[in-house]
Structure formats: structure tokens, C-alpha cells
Design a protein around this ligand. Structure first.
Ligand code: NAP
Length: 363
């Protein structure tokens, strides 16, 4: 099979570099185009990496030779690639939305890590194991916008990736989840490079991440919601309260979760059995980036831990542990996922694989 040419917008950043690393030797997709800010445009990719190659291994030599485009030059991207992964950052969210719309209007599907389009009514926010069917709003989105082949799909915020799949697995088995209190311990790489100043985060915890608690509380409701009449209707009956903290860990967001069920409450054994047997639907499970076991339960009393568990199953699995009864809610547990892989580039690639399998990306 001839590989599909893809572009990475924001290719020089933390998430963009993960895309380049993860897409090397991908069976279906090949990076044919990279773009970043006007300061990087015109340089060879390897020269444009002002902070160097940050994501481990070696920069793929072929990509290092590509000349970086300007994100605003949509026509240049259209000549080189069939669709784009969007991971560029700008202070103006309106401008991110505008550029992503321009890519979609120019027949290039966009898989975005930015938050700009997460609140857009007809844009699906995908965690492939939870809501693969939300992609089926794409024809309606195209119709509403007058786009032919282009569309926009977003990834949710990285802070909720670790706990939402375990919660969804329980809901899928008929247990109503009514309340969640989430306390996240989030890695420094979540803030991009150079992220939080070392003097602020070494020997310290920062109990504030701008905008993160709102995203952690609201985005799950869209993911768990339903598409009706060309828009997403948020899930009702689940209240979430979040505390988000920045901690001195390089990669891997940990969440401590307290959960309250409705009238029907599972036992600890039932929860463990549901998590251990949970699998994505067959179409998702067979995708190259899908973890074979999306939820891995660790029996050790002191796991999961970022350094030990973040790379589980290509860094795409969620590691869970410490399930125990809660004296205020019903149960509590800890969960962990890799923020720049599962929570960003890897999750974006998985969503694109799913869209391709469903026939939404023209080859
Ligand atoms: P980052 O390391 O700061 O990288 C930012 C990227 O945006 C760079 O490629 C940069 O290019 C580009 N950029 C900056 N100003 C620009 C402009 N005016 N026009 C076009 N491109 C511009 O950030 P990141 O951590 O990779 O995050 C990228 C996006 O993914 C953000 O929306 C972030 O919220 C989201 N995200 C991040 C994570 C994570 O764990 N880090 C997880 C989920 C989602 P230059 O090198 O040329 O400046």
C-alpha cells in the first residue's frame, strides 16, 4: 500500500515532535510536510528545532531534511499532504480555529490537539475506545460548513485521558456514575517546552494550571454525550470536580479519583473484572496504535507510577491501581497515562487511523 502523505502543524513543539517520532515507520501514514511559526518557516526541520530533539531516539533523517512551512500557508500544505495533525500553539484561540477551518475547507482533514475547537458543537472529541461512533458526525459537519473532503476532529485535554476510560468501562456495564472528584498530578511536559521554569517546579508542586480544571470537568460530558441533529448533546447526571496540580515529573499524568455511583453499586471484584476484560470495539482494537488491553490494573500497593507505567503498551494504555472503598464516596483509585503520547500525539494518530478505517479519509 502506498502510504498517505500527512502534515504536522506545530511540528517543532513537544507534541509535534512526538508526532514525527511516532509516525516514523507507521504502516499507513508518512510525514511529508511540517509547519510551524513564521520564525521557523523556510528552515530545514533539523535547523528549526531551536531546543533540539526532545522526545528520545533519533530525529528521523528524512524528516530532518524537510523545509518547514508557515502554518498560515494552507496552500503549501495542500500541495504536499492529504491531511494534517494540528499541534501548534498561539495565544489567539480564534486564529487557531480560523486556520484549522481553512485546512478543512481546502480538503484536508484536521486532527487537532489544540483546545480551540473542542467546544464547537459539530466537532467530535475522540477517545477511540469510548466514542468511535462520534466520528459519524463528519458528513453532517462537512454539510454544515460546505466542506467536501475536509473535516475537524479534536483530542480532549490530556488530564482526563487516564481516568475517563476506566469510568466509561463501568458505565458501559450499566453502572451509573454520578459524582467524581479528580485530583491530577500533571507532568511538566504537559506545558510544552520549556514548560514551567525549573525554579518553580523542582522541589515543589504548583496547585494551579491555567484552564485545566474547567476542561477536566466539562470535556468528559461531551465525550460521553450523544450526537443529535448535527450537534453533540452533553451527557447529563454526572458531576465532576477537579483539582489540577503541576508536579516535578517529566512525562505521565497521574489522577487520584473518588467515584460515587447511583443506586446500583458494583463490588470491588466486579470493577476489577470489568477493567481487566474491557476492550475497544473490534474496529478500534485492530488499529496499529490501539493498545491491546486499554486498561491495565496494577496489583502492587504503590502503583501506578509515572516513571514505571507511562510507557505501557506503546504508551497508549491506561494504568490503574489502588482500587479501594471510599469512606465518603463509594470507591477511589489512581490512574495514569502518558500525556504527550496517549494524551496527545498517539491519541491523535489513533483517531486518524479510525477515521481512515471508517472511510472518512480519501487515499
Ligand atoms: P509547544 O512545545 O510550545 O509547541 C508549540 C508549537 O506551536 C511549535 O511548533 C511552535 O513553532 C508553534 N507556534 C508557536 N507560535 C506559532 C504561530 N504564531 N504560528 C504557528 N505556529 C506557532 O507546545 P506543545 O506542548 O507541543 O502543545 C501544542 C498543542 O498541543 C497545544 O495546543 C497544547 O495545548 C496541546 N496539547 C499539549 C499536550 C502536552 O502534553 N504537551 C497534550 C495535549 C494537548 P515554533 O517552534 O516555530 O515557535
Amino acid at each position: 500500500m502506498q502510504k498517505i502523505a500527512v502534515g504536522v502543524l506545530g511540528a517543532t513543539g513537544m507534541v509535534g515532535q512526538q508526532y514525527i517520532r511516532l509516525l516514523e515507520n507507521h504502516p499507513w501514514f508518512e510525514v511529508a510536510y511540517v509547519a510551524a511559526s513564521p520564525q521557523s518557516a523556510g528552515k530545514q526541520y533539523k535547523e528549526a528545532l531551536k531546543n533540539g530533539w526532545l522526545v528520545g531516539g533519533e530525529l528521523p533523517a528524512r524528516v530532518g531534511e524537510l523545509v518547514v512551512g508557515d502554518v498560515s500557508d494552507v496552500a503549501a500544505a495542500a500541495k504536499k499532504c492529504a491531511f494534517v495533525f494540528s499541534a501548534f500553539e498561539m495565544p489567539e484561540k480564534d486564529l487557531i480555529r480560523q486556520y484549522e477551518n481553512e485546512y478543512a475547507a481546502a480538503d484536508m482533514p484536521v486532527f487537532s490537539n489544540a483546545s480551540a475547537h473542542r467546544g464547537t458543537d459539530n466537532v467530535p472529541m475522540i477517545i477511540a475506545e469510548i466514542n468511535p461512533h462520534h466520528l459519524d458526525i463528519i458528513p453532517e459537519q462537512q454539510k454544515q460548513n460546505g466542506w467536501k473532503k475536509g473535516f475537524i476532529v479534536v483530542k480532549p485535554n490530556c488530564s482526563l485521558q487516564s481516568y475517563l476510560t476506566p469510568i466509561f468501562a463501568l458505565m458501559k456495564e450499566g453502572y451509573e456514575v454520578e459524582k467524581l472528584i479528580i485530583t491530577t498530578l500533571q507532568a511538566i511536559s504537559g506545558a510544552g517546552y520549556p514548560g514551567v521554569a525549573s525554579l518553580d517546579v523542582v522541589d515543589n508542586v504548583v496547585p494551579y494550571i491555567d484552564g485545566e480544571e474547567e476542561k477536566t470537568e466539562n470535556e468528559p460530558l461531551k465525550i460521553l454525550g450523544e450526537a443529535k441533529g448535527g450537534t453533540f448533546v452533553p451527557h447529563r447526571g454526572l458531576a465532576i470536580s477537579a483539582h489540577c496540580n503541576r508536579v516535578p515529573v517529566t512525562d505521565g499524568h497521574l489522577a487520584c479519583v473518588n467515584v460515587a455511583f447511583g443506586k446500583k453499586k458494583p463490588s470491588r471484584e466486579e470493577i476489577l473484572s470489568i477493567w481487566q476484560t474491557f476492550r475497544a470495539d473490534p474496529q478500534t482494537l485492530d488499529l496499529p496504535f490501539a493498545p491491546k488491553q486499554p486498561i491495565i490494573y496494577r496489583d502492587e500497593p504503590n502503583r501506578p507510577q509515572p516513571r514505571k507505567d507511562r510507557d505501557a503498551d506503546k504508551a497508549m494504555a491506561v494504568s490503574v491501581g489502588r482500587l479501594r472503598e471510599d469512606s465518603v464516596f463509594d470507591f477511589k483509585f489512581a490512574s495514569l497515562s502518558h500525556n504527550t503520547v496517549r494524551g496527545a500525539a498517539g491519541g491523535g494518530i489513533l483517531a486518524a487511523e479510525l477515521a481512515y478505517k471508517k472511510g472518512y479519509i480519501a487515499h
